[in-house]
Design a protein around this ligand. Structure first.
Ligand SMILES: NC(=O)c1ccc[n+]([C@@H]2O[C@H](COP(=O)([O-])OP(=O)(O)OC[C@H]3O[C@@H](n4cnc5c(N)ncnc54)[C@H](O)[C@@H]3O)[C@@H](O)[C@H]2O)c1
Length: 381
């Protein structure tokens, strides 16, 4: 990486030409102080079209050629999950700051190699959790921070689809490539925004069940142009978790790609607090969901409908990443450890489902600092 002055825009690359990669391309193309100069992806048509759209002439079919390109400052990684770790580690070792798509990796062990590479290289590693940057989640967080519901002690958080397996037979349903099903794919967003709304408590134990009933029988697939890798359906299509939090709080998290329920896609959270409650429901990707705060007592009960804007999603994620890249004295603060923490919870959930037992998460040090070495141990349910 070469030195950058305020008059020299950062040079950005994006690996991955799908929906996710295009969110990052849009952001780099529209934000000040950065220039999208290289893209990579295996599909010839989209690579040419996106190259034309964004005026990018450095176009590669393999991520290694993009990383070896030589003068990139930042790269976004928006590829199948099994490639997050090798690309991230390769880019960090080349001195490039990395913004990876969620989930950080297939497992916490793999995620740890990415965090270690961030420490070794001294570069920034961040993971795109764009749901917490939605306007409705930000409005709910502001209400909680203003004390409107008191101390939240329990939540039910969901992301449920009737028939939304990203594509039967694609990398998403291949265990080796994806690491899991809806829990690691969309449940990770729910886990992130729920813990964010609670103020980042440590998760102390996870009890989970997973089911694979529909995808395995060829049901529940979404219409998609995703490339087929020809695998059988190898992951869950529904997961349900009970998370115990430090301080006594709890979260029930339920997520499905496919289940016989009202058609479409729904995510949100219902929160109970000591002074009030909140309910956020987002149906079929509405830009802003229905958010209600419940307060009062006895005759004075009040339900407040909160109007939220759409928020900026990926644009905000990329903007914050670039702000952190501009803040060199604090690069070591942005090492991917929050996303690693999410991966530990998801590992524990899959382990709990496999064992039929609660799995405890034991922090060696409290909090989400870079040196945290949380370990897992099982406990009979
Ligand atoms: N944050 C979000 O809201 C969100 C939404 C969708 C997907 N995602 C995440 O983004 C990632 C990609 O998902 P998607 O739906 O865009 O996938 P996709 O299958 O549509 O696209 C994957 C891209 O990766 C490219 N790729 C694969 N191997 C490569 C290689 N060796 N070198 C270069 N490019 C390679 C493919 O050519 C393709 O362009 C996943 O991690 C997914 O979890 C995040």
């Amino acid at each position: 990486m070469t030195a950058t002055t305020p008059t020299t825009p950062l040079r950005a690359g994006v690996v991955g030409l799908g929906w996710a990669g295009q969110q990052h391309m849009d952001a780099y193309a529209s934000l000040p102080g950065v220039e999208l100069v290289a893209i990579a992806g295996m599909e010839d048509g989209p690579r040419a079209e996106l190259g034309e759209k964004y005026g990018v002439t450095r176009r590669y079919s393999d991520w290694r050629d993009l990383v070896a390109d030589g003068d990139l400052d930042v790269v976004s990684v928006a590829v199948p999950t099994f490639l997050h770790a090798p690309i991230t580690v390769g880019a960090l070792e080349a001195g490039i700051h990395v913004l990876s798509e969620k989930p950080i990796a297939r497992t916490a062990a793999e995620a740890q190699t990415m965090v270690d590479a961030a420490h070794r290289s001294g570069r920034v590693l961040e993971v795109a959790f764009n749901h917490r940057r939605r306007g409705d989640i930000e409005a709910l967080k502001a209400a909680i921070d203003a004390g409107q519901i008191g101390r939240p002690y329990h939540a039910r958080a969901i992301w449920l689809r009737r028939a939304g397996i990203p594509a039967l037979g694609s990398w998403f349903t291949n265990r080796e490539m994806a690491g899991g099903g809806p829990l690691i794919d969309i449940g990770v967003h729910v886990l992130d925004y729920a813990l964010h709304l609670f103020g980042e408590p440590q998760v102390t134990a996870v009890s989970a069940v997973t089911h694979s009933e529909l995808g395995a029988r060829g049901r529940g697939g979404a219409k998609s142009d995703k490339q087929h890798v020809g695998s059988a359906y190898e992951v869950e299509d529904l997961a349900s978790l009970l998370l115990r939090l430090e301080g006594g709080g709890s979260i029930v998290l339920e997520t499905s790609w496919a289940a016989y329920r009202p058609a479409g896609d729904e995510f949100g959270i219902t929160l109970y607090g000591t002074e009030g409650g909140a309910d956020l429901r987002v149906v079929d990707y509405a830009p802003a969901g229905e958010l209600t705060i419940f307060t009062g007592e006895g005759e004075e009960v009040e339900d407040i409908a909160v109007t939220a804007d759409a928020g900026r999603g990926h644009l905000a994620v990329v903007e914050t990443f670039l702000e952190h890249v501009a803040d060199e004295p604090n690069w070591s603060h942005w090492d991917g450890s929050l996303a690693l923490d999410r991966a530990r919870v998801i590992d524990a959930a899959y382990e709990s489902a496999r064992l039929g037992a609660e799995v405890r998460l034991t922090p060696a040090t409290a909090g989400l600092d870079a040196d945290s070495t949380t370990t897992t141990e099982t406990q009979e349910a």
